[in-house]
Design a protein around this ligand. Structure first.
Ligand code: 16G
Length: 185
């Protein structure tokens, strides 16, 4: 992380988040300031183009060929949507590489008295770093973040294979309300 990094959202938002307020339970304990030896949790930065963020996303799904120009344009677009996109990354500070990421999208509603719903998206941890509670950290942090941002619930969709993982982090297939449908375009 460089001094001049341009963040997608203010890093201050993350400072006072308490992982004890997450349904994900950590053993050994981790905190925002001590997420693990040589690791840092922070907002996505424009400079993460060079730090392997897109390659990391490639471990989740198809990313395609994204030029620096296209990256910057999309980054600026996301940033211009105030209080909406909270792409949060875990950096290996020694290697200066993004090795984990998770996105919280805050959707504004009329229902629930002009409420907000948090959507957890694009969760991924580099293959080499699995088994270190980093997925748990990336997803876990979004819960107090969503709460702080005024969301009344957080939702996610995942593959069948990942169901046990996310239910282990406190997410629930709600009775009679657990269908996620998709129309590919
Ligand atoms: C996973 C992701 C979802 C992402 C999708 C991409 C989580 C919790 N879920 O389901 O956010 O959009 O994969 O799949 O990270 P696609 O390439 O088939 O659209």
């Amino acid at each position: 992380m460089g001094l001049a990094d341009e963040y997608l959202y203010s890093p201050d938002v993350l400072l006072d988040l308490n992982l004890d307020n997450s349904s994900a339970k950590f053993n050994p304990k981790v905190s925002m300031l001590n997420p693990g030896e040589g690791l840092k949790v922070r907002p996505l930065a424009k400079e993460d183009y060079e730090r392997g963020f897109l390659q990391l996303l490639g471990e989740l799904t198809s990313v395609g060929d994204i030029s620096r120009e296209a990256w910057e344009a999309r980054f600026d677009d996301l940033k211009a949507c105030k209080n909406t996109y909270y792409i949060t990354v875990i950096e290996d500070t020694l290697l200066k590489k993004v090795i984990g990421a998770a996105t919280l999208v805050v959707e504004k509603k009329f229902i629930h008295a002009c409420g907000r719903v948090g959507r957890v998206e694009d969760v991924v941890v580099s293959n080499e770093y699995r088994g270190k509670q980093l997925g748990k950290l990336a997803v876990g942090i979004l819960q107090p973040l969503a709460k702080k941002l005024g969301c009344y619930k957080v939702t996610l969709n995942c593959t069948d294979a990942m169901m046990a993982y996310y239910t282990g982090l406190g997410y629930v297939a709600e009775k009679e309300n657990a269908n996620f449908l998709c129309l590919r375009l």
